[in-house]
Write a protein that binds this ligand. Structure first.
Ligand SMILES: [Zn+2]
Length: 296
């Protein structure tokens, strides 16, 4: 994946609170059996940490209290996105939202920009407080995507994914898929607490994978606001393979086999490796969100 060196990045779409302490005590993530259990329960890329029954009530961290805000200082152009991990996330967030903004406009609808919050260890959200162990997630309550970049290391080391820049892009695009669902009213209808391979939860997750594929289809043709040219200049076959590999590595069957030793489809929340790949491929193939009706 390559970015246009000369494009300006819009860092207002990413809030960087890495390294800042949030009220509520020390973070207790990063390893051990507790982390693994949380991952199994969280099942990755979910919607809101409230699914885990984590307590809420911590005040959201004050943006001005953060001295980090590294991305605002360091991520200026596509050149930075080509060289720095966190700047690449900013660029992907920009590209994904540029696409959906244009798609919503085409449909006479208004896309509401959603920020991605980069954090470390622990974060308070409108959906409750969460540790990094739950993996990336979208909180409908405050319409923000939450991401600890350390997750991308885990994608390789714990989940056996090939990793790579486009694996990261897939994860970001999947979370924004939930934001699209939230705006279309789909998301609320799927939060019925049921699990299983035919549950609404799984259908919503597969649709988010499909939406990620739809964006990937348009990634190199969506004009960037700063230049009028696409921010992303190249997505290779190897990139798409990395995205598909990441999608498979967080399939419910793969995770269950790895961490609980057996596959129990009745407790699935995200879909199997094969389903996740299939729906990303469907979206990528046509580039049309109308083909992402996983509820049909
Ligand atoms: Zn998800």
């Amino acid at each position: 994946m390559q970015f246009d060196d000369d494009a300006d990045l819009d860092t207002s779409e990413v809030r960087d609170v890495r390294g800042s302490r949030v009220p509520g005590g020390r973070a207790t993530v990063g390893g051990g059996i507790a982390g693994v259990i949380a991952l199994i329960l969280g099942l990755l890329f979910g919607v809101g940490p409230d699914q885990l029954g984590l307590s809420s009530g911590d005040p959201a961290p004050d943006a001005t209290a953060s001295s980090a805000a590294q991305v605002a200082r360091e991520c200026r152009t596509g050149r930075d996105a080509n060289t720095k991990d966190d700047c690449r996330i900013v660029a992907v967030v920009n590209s994904v939202q540029d696409y959906w903004d244009q798609e919503f406009t085409r449909r006479d609808a208004q896309y509401a920009t959603a920020r991605t919050v980069l954090f470390t260890d622990r974060i308070s959200t409108a959906c409750g407080s969460a540790t990094s162990a739950v993996g990336p997630f979208y909180c409908p309550g405050d319409r923000q995507v939450y991401l600890d970049l350390g997750f991308f290391d885990e994608l390789r080391t714990k989940f056996g994914s090939s990793g790579g820049p486009f694996a990261q892009a897939y994860v970001v695009a999947h979370e924004y898929g939930h934001h699209v669902q939230n705006q279309m009213g789909t998301l609320g209808r799927t939060q019925d607490g049921r699990t299983g391979e035919n549950s609404n939860a799984v259908k919503a997750e597969l649709q988010a994978d499909c939406y990620a594929g739809v964006w990937a289809n348009h990634a190199t043709t969506t004009p960037d606001e700063s230049t009028g040219r696409p921010l992303i200049t190249e997505v290779t076959r190897a990139d798409i393979r990395d995205g598909l590999d990441a999608a498979a590595s967080v399939g419910d069957d793969r995770i269950q086999e790895k961490f609980q030793g057996r596959v129990t489809p009745e407790s699935w929340t995200h879909g199997s490796a094969a389903q996740r790949q299939e729906w990303f491929t469907t979206g990528f193939g046509s580039g049309d969100m109308a083909d992402c009706d996983t509820f049909r």
